[in-house]
Ligand binder design. Structure first.
Ligand code: AMP
Length: 218
């Protein structure tokens, strides 16, 4: 399956993507994670991306599209993938369509995670992520680790993302509304959008998502 996950920052895209990718046996491709890996490895691409990310702005398409294309060209993505955080504007969605057309394949669904804005800010402000595996996500109030600052799953150090400060979150939300939301209409016109509520327990949202993808297929 080829799936695109959309939703505002804090909707739980990363968490859901990890579970869904595992359930569906397809790789989870997160452009945010790819940028963060480049930053921690000190690559040129990471240096180009950093200032935009810290400001909560989108990294320019020239950088992002090439990086996403390289990742999708890897052998594990030949039969499908779950894209998390890409495309993030209509230009990227058009570029993705061209890439898929060149390969003679199509998207199966665009899963839209819906969550109210007040909830987004609360979720992000308390979010803590594992340095060893970004799929291990905690929340200081909603899903606290057993030991503060330590990942329950692997013992890794938990940290707060630089762009999870309240001010940057507001910018990221505005960017989401103005630049990313229009891709929902773009994909709706192609009959691909399935919207689900991202409220509730992680396992409940995963079940809802699997159900929605299944009925979409049928
Ligand atoms: P995320 O981990 O998906 O929340 O992404 C974190 C940050 O990485 C975003 O706020 C952007 O600065 C950058 N980023 C991730 N994906 C994209 C993309 N598709 N286009 C442009 N910038 C992106």
């Amino acid at each position: 399956m080829r799936i695109v996950l959309v939703g505002p920052p804090g909707a739980g895209k990363g968490t859901q993507a990890a579970y869904l990718a595992k359930n569906l046996s397809i790789p989870h491709i997160s452009t945010g994670d790819l940028f963060r890996a480049n930053i921690s490895q000190g690559t040129d691409l990471g240096k180009q991306a950093r200032a935009y990310m810290d400001a909560g702005q989108l990294v320019p398409d020239e950088v992002t599209i090439g990086m996403a294309k390289d990742r999708m060209a890897q052998s594990d993505a030949v039969n499908g993938f779950l894209l998390d955080g890409f495309p993030r504007n209509v230009g990227q969605a058009e570029a993705l369509d061209v890439m898929l057309k060149d390969e003679g394949v199509k998207l199966d669904a665009v899963l839209d995670l819906e969550v109210p804005e007040e909830e987004v800010v609360k979720r992000i402000a308390g979010r803590r992520i594992c340095r060893s595996d970004s799929a291990h996500v905690f929340h200081v109030t909603y899903n606290p680790p057993k030991t503060e600052g330590v990942c329950d799953a692997c013992g890794g150090e938990l940290y707060q993302r630089d762009d999870d400060s309240e001010e940057t979150v507001r910018t990221r939300l505005e960017v989401y509304h103005t630049q990313t939301e229009p891709i929902i209409d773009y994909y709706r016109a192609q009959g691909l959008v399935v919207t689900i509520s991202a409220l509730g327990k992680v396992t409940e949202v995963t079940a809802r998502a699997m159900e929605a993808l299944k009925s979409d297929e049928g």
